[in-house]
Design a protein. Structure first.
Length: 262
């Protein structure tokens, strides 16, 4: 039997036509090993049991709000108290105070970040409702209406760019003495694009980004070498991984600089 009401969330998710704006997991039983078998507030446990790990309100490459399916122990930087980290809202970590987690009960929710730690709500479901309302409001009425409707389909200009992307080939040649990654670009398209977007990550984990290769001087039919730093100041050479990004969809057009050339 469900004790807490999350129907408002499922209704909001169902009305939004923008893909990937909400990312939901699936029913999940929390592994409490990492928190020493500590009891957890009932509203949080029920939410994870129904939705699993979630990321809500997409903003560029990230999400404004997230809830972890498996919590972890952290330390309040100001007080030194143990906290149970269960998610994030913006730059703040969302948590319970370890000392307030009791068997068969609920507990207040705190947020800790650059501004310190503050008590935000008396239960997890109340915190979620409050922060989801705050997140929705942050977009403004006009932008939210666009999100609900979903993005405009690609127009003819953008479809031409998609076709051009498919007719561009690239390969990583190596990293030069100047620290820049060298790429060979083959333009088999009938147009020149200003950029080509590729994915970059650290094979050890913990970093994922996008590099925008400047290819505006690679004309149709040409093959040239271009350079880009590709975050080599953050990722050791042996762990740098460059990969092809998924084909663009309208929701993510701003993440691909190929479209921004007018």
């Amino acid at each position: 039997m469900n004790r807490y009401d999350f129907s408002w969330l499922t209704e909001q998710i169902s009305e939004v036509k923008t893909r990937d704006f909400f990312h939901l997991g699936s029913s999940h039983e929390i592994d409490r090993t990492a928190i020493g078998g500590l009891e957890l507030p009932l509203s949080y446990v029920e939410f994870i049991g129904r939705f699993g790990q979630v990321a809500l309100y997409k903003q560029h490459a990230g999400y404004l709000l997230g809830v972890y399916a498996n919590p972890r122990i952290g330390v309040d930087a100001k007080t030194g108290e143990d906290v149970v980290c269960i998610g994030h809202y913006g730059e703040n970590t969302v948590c319970f105070l370890k000392e307030l987690c009791v068997s068969d009960g609920d507990a207040p929710v705190f947020e800790t970040g650059p501004g310190g730690t503050k008590r935000v709500a008396e239960r997890f479901d109340l915190w979620l409702s409050k922060r989801c309302a705050d997140a929705k409001k942050s977009y403004g009425r006009k932008r939210w209406a666009q999100i609900v409707r979903g993005p405009k389909p690609f127009d003819n200009r953008e479809k031409g760019i998609l076709k051009a992307r498919k007719n561009l080939a690239w390969k990583m040649l190596g990293i030069g003495d100047d620290g820049f990654v060298e790429f060979e670009i083959v333009n088999n398209a009938n147009m020149t694009l200003p950029f080509y977007s590729v994915g970059v990550n650290d094979s050890r984990g913990g970093f994922a980004g996008v590099a925008y290769l400047r290819i505006g001087d690679v004309a149709p039919g040409e093959t040239r070498t271009v350079k880009h730093d590709c975050y080599v100041e953050y990722i050791p050479r042996e762990y740098l991984k460059i990969y092809e990004l998924p084909e663009p969809i309208p929701e993510k057009r701003e993440e691909y600089w190929e479209f921004d050339f007018e």
